[in-house]
Design a protein around this ligand. Sequence first.
Ligand SMILES: Cc1cc2nc3c(=O)[nH]c(=O)nc-3n(C[C@H](O)[C@H](O)[C@H](O)COP(=O)(O)O)c2cc1C
Length: 254
Amino acid sequence: MKILGILASHKEHGLNAQMLEHVLDNVDSGVETETIYLENYNITPHKYHEENPVLDELANKLMESDVWVFSAPTYWRECPGLLKNFFDCMRPKFVYFKDNGDTIPGPFKDKHYMSISSCYMSTTENFLTGITDETFKTIDRVMSAAGVIKVGELVLPNTFGMKEIPEKKIKLCKKFGHKISKKQEKDDSTVKRYIQLFFMIAVMALVTMGIQIPLKAIMPMNNFWVSYVSFVVIFFVLLAVILHWVTFVKHRRR
Ligand SMILES: Cc1cc2nc3c(=O)[nH]c(=O)nc-3n(C[C@H](O)[C@H](O)[C@H](O)COP(=O)(O)O)c2cc1C
């Protein structure tokens, strides 16, 4: 079992480097780790009929690892260029192309990854506006195309003037170090999602019917169509709120 840390910060020993180090220092015994600092590599796109030993070397490192840990600060409210360039140049290695130009997961399918990001913005501001979301979204988009499975996220907001990682975050890093050390089987959450959906619908139907009871005072609820239309409208509003909430908390912000 091997875990590869991929550091994509301008600072080789900055906060993202420290977060990554805390994760990798806490992997279970017997698990091998390696960190690559993307700035040390001259990453350029692959040109037809030309060798690209840098991309080959990086692809080999990815292939020989079971879990990848991306650590990338948020720059300009999104993924740092260093990591984006790595993703752009690695595209032909991450995915296979179909005749019609569509892509399917390439040779790294079913490997695992986790993401770390940070920002100057305060914890409350990041919780409310989610500027680190964009960094996570870019990583997720690329990994999803490559068929690589997500293990988790860590975020460090409020980094302005910060020199050392707060104890609470160090504990989380340790937790993730252990978590990613366990060999994970292919993530098939289909059954889990159906169960979640069932309970969501059951609760929403109950709430909708509960809201309909007092409406009897102002609407002729024993009329089938009035009852049906009000049910649909209330259910829709609740569904929209829940979907918004699920999207809102999808990425770790604190
Ligand atoms: C080019 C650049 C752009 C940045 N843009 C943002 C930003 O849009 N919002 C923010 O909160 N912090 C921003 N920051 C602050 C970084 O997120 C912060 O420096 C990072 O948390 C530090 O991580 P490091 O020690 O690993 O470099 C930016 C920093 C740089 C260098």
